[in-house]
Design a protein around this ligand. Structure first.
Ligand code: GAL
Length: 434
């Protein structure tokens, strides 16, 4: 039965999404040239993505509105799975059958892989006209290019290494946000004693890896992360530090919500939002769901870096990679690339998505404290060399390597008979396979 509270929460959430959507449609209308009347030589834009939660769908609806206004037809190719593992399988099957979409939500190393296969199309014309080189940090623009030419358009920057804490739960146990894993387990234990489920857990393997890679920073440091997950150095992957990382990671399980539920990230985020758990280890896409449910990030729900990672920023950049299309749809693809990097769109999309704009010239005045902290930490980390590509989100390694490593960590989490030593050896083996 639907309770009045959940009904009003849902109403609040849809009102907010409508509000955000309305604002974004207005902004897009303002930025599109007057000549873009609907129906004029329109093409079709088919976009593969995995943005299916309420907040995600609200954000992506704006691209659709933008393309409609240009007279193009928008076709959603949606694969509900979060993290994008299944979406990549579906994409491969469409490309292999000679029928690629116009664009697909692809990240990091996978952009290069698709380009190497010869499947992507250059959008340099738009990128040069709109001066992307001056608007994007070099570390981002490089990953959007193949052989010096843009083949993908970036939408945002998500920070992966966030810990979200219900302020009321923390107050109840009279504690401070933890800054090390020892402090984290002390807070978790106190919550447990107070009858609060300490950690809302989701059983999706990409999320397990997102937490695990952050534990590696907290336990072994930035250099260890780089050696293990960026360089795939077997001596770091199968090391005493990795064994300690695995042992620390497993301790989280004792404080996590039930494993049998098979719940996804939206459901575990809702546990925190609805006061059913005290903490959540997840990137800031979760924040958009919290906001949509009427919570204020930074006060109702606190955002702190995952324990021991305050000096680092693990990033996850969403981008739309452009596939080869026929002449009829070429202009529609260009319009899509232009819309993605438009300044007002970046503002509106990221407000709805929980991330920060990838364009460096967007004012953060309208953003919450957590986004402002993310932006400041992004800049500081870039300066200090502690900006780290998230392994879990395909920013550091090709998709097939990431999938194998996801699997090792997921099996380890689920099966207590696998020892940390065995899992460390498995990680090294998974990274070694071609
Ligand atoms: C991430 C993606 C985010 C968000 C999240 C959950 O991989 O970069 O945009 O969608 O998955 O679906």
């Amino acid at each position: 039965m639907t309770s009045p509270t959940s009904l009003s929460r849902r109403r609040g959430r849809s009102a907010l999404l409508r509000d955000v959507a309305g604002r974004m449609v207005w902004l897009l209308a303002a930025l599109l040239p007057a000549s873009s009347s609907a129906g004029a030589a329109g093409g079709e834009v088919e976009v593969l993505h995995f943005w299916t939660s309420g907040s995600e769908a609200g954000a992506v609806a704006e691209l659709k509105a933008s393309l409609h206004r240009k007279g193009h037809v928008w076709k959603n190719f949606t694969v509900a799975n979060g993290g994008g593992g299944l979406a990549m399988v579906m994409l491969a099957s469409r490309v292999n059958s000679g029928n690629p979409p116009t664009a697909a939500q692809i990240k990091g190393a996978a952009i290069q892989e698709w380009a190497q296969r010869g499947g992507l199309s250059s959008i340099d014309e738009v990128a040069n006209a709109d001066q992307w080189n001056t608007l994007l940090p070099r570390s981002v623009s490089d990953t959007m290019k193949y052989r010096g030419r843009y083949v993908a358009a970036p939408l945002n920057v998500h920070r992966v290494n966030w810990l979200w804490i219900d302020a009321a739960a923390l107050k109840k146990i009279n504690a401070r946000p933890p800054t090390s894993w020892d402090e984290f387990f002390a807070v978790a234990e106190a919550m447990k004693q107070a009858g609060i489920i300490p950690v809302a857990h989701s059983s999706q393997s990409w999320l397990d890896m997102g937490t695990f890679e952050s534990v590696a920073i907290g336990v072994g440091g930035v250099e260890f992360y780089q050696r293990a997950f960026v360089q795939l150095d077997p001596a770091a992957l199968n090391s005493a530090l990795m064994v300690r990382t695995l042992a620390t990671y497993r301790r989280i399980k004792h404080y996590s919500s039930s494993q049998s539920s098979g719940q996804d990230w939206v459901a575990s985020t809702a546990m925190l939002t609805h006061g059913k758990a005290g903490m959540l280890l997840m990137g800031d896409w979760a924040k958009a769901e919290m906001q949509a449910a009427g919570k204020r990030p930074g006060s109702d729900i606190l955002c702190v870096a995952m324990p021991g990672t305050a000096h680092a920023f693990t990033f996850d950049i969403d981008a739309l990679a452009m596939f080869q299309v026929n002449d009829k749809n070429r202009q529609a693809q260009r319009d899509l690339a232009h819309a993605v990097m438009d300044k007002d769109f970046q503002l509106a999309f990221n407000l709805a998505k929980g991330s920060i704009p990838v364009r460096q010239d967007v004012s953060l005045e309208k953003f919450d404290d957590c986004a402002r902290r993310a932006s400041a930490d992004f800049k500081t980390s870039a300066r200090r060399g502690t900006l780290l590509p998230s392994l879990a989100h395909g920013m550091a390694q090709p998709a097939h390597t990431v999938a194998r490593m996801w699997d090792v960590i997921n099996q380890y989490w689920r099966n207590d008979r696998i020892t940390p030593e065995q899992a460390a050896a498995q990680l090294a083996a998974a990274a070694r396979q071609p």
